[in-house]
Design a protein. Structure first.
Lengths: 303, 207, 207
């Protein structure tokens, strides 16, 4: 039974980001992203082995950051429209929310640690009853049916589901924005709003949620839905527009999200590739603001 | 108190001494044929009595019942005796995962991964191995993901009577200054100037 | 007696409370770093003190050591508790560990942990304590790990004449479709090469 020994202080990109920001060692937007990447790679190199999940998740975040940053560098940003700006805030808020959640549980874990430490200083009496009481107790196994025993054997000796290595970031997610758009249009009530939460109910694949979110943005851009979020972190409410400017979906714009992911290309191993890929496909065109992260979701960011 | 006989008190001590797990007050009440409230009062008295007479053990209320356990002061002696560093500390990441399970239970691996971000797998396995976390059921939704929750071993180790004793999560939500610092770190400047600009603006105000 | 500190007395109480088997005076002497004679005197004092203050438990000297046990007066309560109270059934995890030992014996703790994945340590101890499982030998390999197997008590209680009567394992090993579904759960694709070395190991575990 060997456990991975953690040699680093940071367990993942959120821990690292949290640390960097709170120490004010870095302003994400002023530091060159490569510095952040370098810092992270250094951390990863100090680990005994590269944790696939850590590394890939970091690439996803890095891709999002690159995208946010690049958009700010684009000429003509001053003329950006209000809704564009709101979208950027929403994206920022998602990141912020995750950082806050991360921090919250880090602090809660400290209390748990304290309590466990205190609790560990006492040892419970486990000797149980002495004879003759001990043999008086009915033998629990004698009350166990053969069925219960074999059922337990089946549970214990079945191949376990547990050792799943999550490869979500590696294997391309099959759902595309185009698919998600269709799903959303099907699920949207004809009238009245629905919360984004309801739209993604039952999905626990994070990237699938993201793709669905991107699909909402796409529909919003094309004037098919209205989005409303009253408070920071509040519910995002989606409702169908009665008269979309063009009842037919703009297929070209949908294509900007990338084709259905086919067989994965093989060699996108460098972080730089995330940047290059994005630029090449016109990821930063204002009409497809979240392309890069979508590409990440669709499997182009891989280790 | 005089209302209760000496024998009642002694019976409570004997039964808890014979037990392997914490004994629920209702079980004691049934065995000794006194109201559950009296059991609770009696146990509180006993605990106080042991403390007062400076015993090396305490009567603790954990995981919904009463049990005898060693006084925390004497950990150095007991640890030498109860071999094998059974109490090797959990790593930071394991503790965080444990905190998430404790507060969010029942929770699936996927949900854990979404919050914890990384390494939820291996830390969860460590916690299961320790007996702090166990399968508690299946998600009724499609996929029937296994759901995890904390065990009574966890409660016993924490010295908690029930999960209600977990401090409210609200206590740990970062305060305004942290939120601000994070927002500053993530700020988006709506100004058209290149990022070399000196001014650090908090454009959260444009919300 | 005044010569001995309060802490020494408390340490003796704590260690005996934490022990499962009677604690030998020499062991106490070594732990607390006092002469064995002092331990004996101290324990005699403690026993007397409990008797005097009319506790429901006694400090008994049995099998060459000291342990807490219930006061003989209270036998009726303890009997009822033992008969009706806790531990009348084996817990799910204990039963599962027992099943693994039964089918895979002789088996080491490490092997058990690898199959069981969870909390094998403490459930195995429970099973040993109950007499269903015992040491049956040592691994000839390096490390000489202790190997465990089931006992005749196990056979008796299950109503088996011999281990041959254990139902065939094939009856409850999930069929191919389940294994396949599990593999699908790994999100592995028929890629020419596996994405990560760990995945190979995991695959191997499904056989």
């Amino acid at each position: 039974m060997s456990y991975a020994v953690r040699t680093s202080t940071f367990e993942g990109p959120f821990d690292l980001l949290l640390h960097l920001i709170l120490r004010q060692e870095v302003d994400i937007w002023d530091v060159s992203l490569s510095e952040l990447v370098d810092g992270y790679i250094e951390v990863i190199e100090r680990m005994d082995h590269v944790d696939l999940e850590v590394a890939t998740e970091f690439l996803l975040i890095a891709a999002t950051l690159v995208e946010l940053k690049a958009r700010r560098l684009l000429p003509g940003i001053a003329s950006i429209e209000l809704d564009e700006e709101l979208l950027r805030f929403e994206e920022r808020d998602l990141l912020l929310a995750r950082l806050l959640e991360c921090k919250t549980f880090q602090d809660a874990a400290k209390i748990v640690a304290q309590r466990l430490e205190r609790g560990g200083r006492s040892v419970a009496r486990r000797a149980g009853p002495e004879e003759p009481f001990r043999s008086l107790a009915p033998d629990p196994l004698g009350r166990t049916s053969l069925e219960a025993f074999t059922a337990a054997a089946g549970r214990a000796l079945a191949p376990r589901e547990d050792p799943v290595v999550s490869m979500h970031h590696v294997a391309p997610i099959r759902i595309s924005v185009r698919d998600a758009v269709e799903v959303i249009l099907l699920r949207l009530p004809d009238q009245g709003p629905i919360t984004f939460r309801e739209l993604v109910a039952g999905i626990d694949e994070r990237l699938e949620v993201i793709v669905r979110f991107l699909a909402c943005l796409e529909l919003y851009k094309q004037g098919h839905v209205e989005l409303e979020q009253i408070d920071n972190f509040g519910e995002l409410v989606v409702s169908r527009c009665d008269d979309p400017p063009d009842p037919v979906l703009d297929s070209v714009s949908l294509d900007d999200w990338g084709e259905e992911p086919g067989s994965p290309e093989t060699d996108d191993t460098e972080t730089d590739d995330a940047e290059t890929d994005g630029t090449e496909t016109g990821a930063f065109a204002l009409d497809a603001p979240l392309e890069l992260s979508a590409e990440g979701a669709d499997g182009e960011v891989r280790v | 108190m005089n209302g209760r006989s000496n024998e009642t008190r002694r019976a409570v001590e004997a039964v808890i001494m014979a037990a392997i797990e914490p004994v629920e007050p209702s079980m004691l009440a049934q065995l000794i044929e006194i109201p559950t409230d009296d059991v609770e009062a009696l146990c509180a008295e006993l605990a106080e009595e042991y403390e007062r007479s400076d015993r090396g053990f305490v009567l603790a209320r954990v995981a919904g019942g009463y049990r005898f356990q060693t006084h925390p002061d004497l950990a150095p002696y007991v640890e030498r005796f109860v071999l094998e560093g059974q109490n090797t500390r959990l790593s930071g990441p394991s503790l965080e995962t444990l905190a998430i399970v404790a507060y969010k239970q029942p929770v699936s691996r996927a949900q854990l991964g979404a919050i914890r971000g990384v390494n939820a797998e291996s830390t969860l396995n460590t916690l299961i191995q320790r007996g702090y976390v166990a399968e508690v059921g299946h998600d009724p939704g499609p996929g029937q993901a296994i759901l995890y929750g904390t065990t009574s071993t966890f409660l016993e180790q924490m010295g908690f009577d029930s999960l209600d004793e977990l401090p409210s999560l609200a206590e740990f939500i970062p305060d305004a200054s942290v939120v601000e610092a994070l927002e500053r770190g993530l700020h988006l400047r709506p100004d058209p100037e290149p990022p070399h600009a000196e001014a650090i603006e908090l454009d959260a105000s444009t919300d």
